[in-house]
Design a protein around this ligand. Structure first.
Ligand SMILES: Cc1ncc(C[n+]2csc(CCOP(=O)(O)OP(=O)(O)O)c2C)c(N)n1
Length: 803
């Protein structure tokens, strides 16, 4: 018996020893990847490098506590964690450093992001979900510091929902009883960002399974922590969040970044608390180092003292790990040397493999280009110049695609004078290459799968003479009721959305009917409302995150722009977050409740769908389309439309409004007005009055700004009317400029225009308060009438004498 127990003890200790040595192997592998990565940049083989050296030990400990189904949302130092999980090979690591555009080579970003942006693939190639509970998951990183935090909150919040909303219990590919932990990492300096504090507060309120590890190396690039954090310590500063016997809150743990045993224990404790009890944890990892400085952009000798640099050498976490292993007798120093030498050799070999694959693709293209240029040169009168270009290309050191393509384009420019028979082969090859490069660099801004909005079924609304007239908000209420009933993944969250059913009552009574896990109130924190939505959408749910007024979207727009709008593009279709952001805007009252900043939205949210319904029936149809698709969207309802009467369609919840297809609201022959949202009514009223003086307006509601008129309906209208005016409530040069650019650039209308295309917008300032403020700030019926009349006057001054 005693022998058996001894065997068991020995077995346990040998498996423990293996674990420790495995951790050592990953730590040194990662370290050598960092050291070699920096050299690659300095040799000109990569443009920029940022590495995880000095943070290795905490990350192997975190990887030990991380389980299948869990999620990471972190930042650029986390290579060791990803490697230790088996989610990042060294070869893939270098492929990203070189910007290899192949998804297999760099599964995180297909070469689209600088190194240190980690992500696993959540989707199959056809855009359908993988079984996320069967794999380790890393949400796709972004560069803005702390912007991982709101999404981290959302990833953790989803576990809470999965645990509490019984209707979701069968979705086992996404969650098993909400047991999944969302693990975040952040640098100490980045904890100064508002997003960090907002996310932590919300996590404490919501009690979600979120572990936030702060990698504290005492600096944010050159600035020491005294400049960043009250008391110079984030765990000290946040002590008020610590839970107590009687109050819920955070568990706050502190540990040294070089103390292996303590790290393993701290991460295990954090994981257990979060997973089992849904308690959020702040894990402050102090005394980390940065052996090579912040990044390849400069050296840390510029701002660290000699003493600090020496301290970093003495307290290097791998050095300390070695001492620990040797002192506990788990391995000898010689054995560790052997392990490290083998790891180093492996890194070198994988680095070279990554380079050869990356460079091999480009070289093959370069050789093809050279062959074609030379054979074309033989036939061409521009032979000498072409051969010179080919020679220059041949001599390029570490050639990249730009070298190849720009040479070919120069050749084609020289060849413009030649006949097709001479240049055709080169032209054909170049156009195939262009297609490939488009896929490499410009694809996947929007979904390219059957889940895109373009693939949704088109079902018209059924309205008859008998359909009852109701307040607009009741149409939405009926739609949300139907959707909550039929789609268990759908839920809505936002300020005042729950108990009172939003400030305009579209969810009135729906929390009472469908429960608090379907229709929920949040605090006033737009950025993390969006983050909650993004995180939940990344986990297969269908959140509708409400921003109470469009004017307050600014608090969340950074996240929408940096994270949500870029997600499909930056992962080349590897992840999706089909979040619907619902808000209300356009004219109502005063500076902060009449916003229509469409130019800002259109410039910053490419990658999202932007819907601008003119009434609540259109809005309901758009929501139905969006819920069939998997594309993220912003829907701006008309603030002044909730109490206007509309007919309740018989097939509420089922009818859809297609995206990118404008609707002709009124047919006319003299001039086309292109508009949307609340301006539709103003323009229609103007059209009635203009008809009385013999001017026939065609009024088009674009319905969605992104996508914009994909069938060229506006162009067709202009071919008939030969005049166009773009109208909205944004500042001049905002949404109207966008619409005009889309039509002029893509719809070939120039030849059909008899008058200069024009715009009408609001004043450049924000709208003043009250009805008079609105009248003198936003375009009125009279403004539209006069503008249209002016255009008609210029065309026919006799018929339309000057005003
Ligand atoms: C919003 C934003 N501001 C500035 C930067 C530039 N920047 C990148 S890393 C960094 C310092 C971050 O320091 P810390 O959070 O301590 O992380 P560390 O790099 O030390 O691990 C800065 C200022 C950025 N990426 N994002």
């Amino acid at each position: 018996m005693a022998g058996k127990i001894q065997d068991q003890v020995q077995q346990a200790s040998s498996s423990q020893r293996n674990e420790v040595l495995e951790d050592f192997r990953w730590a040194v592998t990662s370290r050598h990847a960092s050291l070699m990565g920096r050299k690659e940049v300095f040799m000109g083989k990569a443009k920029f490098g940022i590495f995880g050296d000095g943070k290795e030990l905490a990350q192997v400990a975190m990887a030990r506590a991380f389980q299948k189904g869990d999620f990471r949302a972190g930042y650029y130092r986390d290579q060791t964690f990803m490697m230790a999980l088996g989610e990042l090979t060294v070869q893939q690591y270098f492929a990203q450093l070189y910007a290899h555009t192949n998804v297999t080579a760099d599964p995180a970003s297909a070469g689209r992001l600088m190194n240190g942006h980690f992500a696993t693939r959540f989707l199959n190639e056809d855009g359908s979900w993988k079984a996320l509970t069967a794999q380790y998951n890393s949400a796709a990183d972004i560069s803005p510091t702390a912007a991982q935090m709101p999404k981290l909150l959302g990833l953790a919040f989803a576990s809470k929902l999965f645990r509490n909303n019984k209707q979701l219990k069968d979705l086992t590919d996404f969650s098993i009883h909400g047991n999944e932990v969302a693990w975040g990492t952040i640098g100490n300096a980045s904890t100064s960002e508002g997003m960090f504090f907002e996310s932590l507060n919300a996590a404490g309120v919501l009690q979600v399974p979120m572990v936030v590890a702060v990698w504290d190396d005492g600096f944010g690039i050159s600035v020491p922590k005294e400049y960043h954090t009250t008391k110079g310590s984030i765990s000290e500063a946040l002590l008020g969040l610590q839970r107590t016997e009687s109050e819920k809150g955070f568990e706050i743990l502190r540990v040294k970044g070089w103390d292996y045993e303590a790290l393993v224990q701290a991460f295990a404790t954090a994981g257990r608390l979060a997973r089992e009890e849904h308690v959020p944890v702040l894990l402050h990892v102090e005394e980390m180092t940065q052996p090579q400085g912040h990044s390849t952009s400069g050296s840390h000798e510029r701002y660290k003292t000699k003493e600090r640099l020496q301290w970093e050498k003495d307290w290097d976490c791998i050095l300390k790990f070695r001492e620990y292993i040797v002192s506990t007798g788990l391995a000898t120093a010689d054995h560790l040397d052997e392990l490290e030498a083998a790891a180093k050799a492996e890194v070198k070999q994988q680095k070279e493999a990554a380079w050869n694959e990356f460079n091999g693709e480009i070289k093959a293209e370069l050789e093809q280009a050279l062959d074609l240029i030379r054979t074309t040169a033989d036939k061409s009168s521009r032979k000498i110049s072409l051969l010179q270009l080919a020679d220059d290309l041949k001599k390029t050191i570490n050639p990249i695609r730009k070298d190849v393509v720009s040479t070919v384009r120069k050749c084609l420019f020289l060849l413009r004078v030649e006949g097709e028979e001479i240049k055709q082969e080169l032209e054909n090859w170049y156009s195939l290459l262009q297609e490939k490069n488009k896929d490499r660099y410009n694809s996947h801004l929007y979904s390219q799968t059957e889940f895109s909005v373009g693939h949704c079924k088109q079902i018209p609304a059924h309205v008859t003479e008998d359909s009852p007239l109701v307040d607009g908000r009741e149409i939405l209420q009926a739609f949300f009721d139907y959707t909550l009933e039929h789609n268990p993944r759908f839920f809505a969250l936002g300020e005042d959305v729950g108990k009172i059913g939003d400030v305009n009552q579209a969810f009135a009574g729906l929390q009472a009917k469908h429960g608090e896990w379907r229709v929920m109130d949040t605090s006033i924190r737009e950025c993390t409302i969006i983050g909650q939505g993004i995180g939940a959408a990344l986990r297969g749910l269908r959140p509708m995150a409400e921003i109470q007024y469009l004017d307050y979207l600014l608090y969340g727009i950074q996240l929408l722009s940096d994270d949500l709008a870029t997600l499909t593009y930056r992962t080349k279709g590897g992840q999706k977050a089909p979040l619907i952001v619902r808000t209300r805007g356009h004219r109502l009252e005063g500076v902060w409740h009449s916003g229509s900043p469409m130019g800002m939205i259109l410039s910053s949210l490419r990658g999202m769908i932007v819907c601008v319904p003119r009434n609540m029936t259109q809005a309901a149809g758009m929501y139905a389309t969006l819920l069939q698709s998997d594309e993220p969207a912003l829907v701006i309802e008309c603030l002044n439309g909730y109490r206007l009467k509309e007919q309740m369609p018989q097939n509420i919840g089922e009818f859809t409004v297609p995206m990118g297809i404008p609707e002709v609201l009124r047919e006319g022959k003299d001039l086309t007005v292109v508009t949307y949202g609340s301006m539709c009514r103003i323009v229609l009223d103007a059209a009635l009055e203009l008809a009385e003086v013999g001017i026939s307006l065609e009024v088009i509601d674009v319905q969605t700004l992104l996508p914009f008129d994909s069938h060229g309906i506006i162009g067709q209208s202009i071919q008939k009317t030969n005049r166009v005016l773009f109208a909205d409530e944004d500042v001049p040069g905002g949404g109207t400029a966008f619409m005009m650019q889309q039509v002029l650039d893509h719809q070939g209308v120039y030849a059909y225009l008899d008058a200069a295309p024009q715009t009408i917008a609001a004043q450049a300032h924000r709208p003043a308060y009250s009805t008079d403020g609105d009248y003198f700030s936003k375009p009125s019926v009279e403004d539209v009438i006069e503008k249209v009349y002016q255009i008609m006057h210029e065309s026919n001054p006799r018929k339309f004498p000057a005003l």
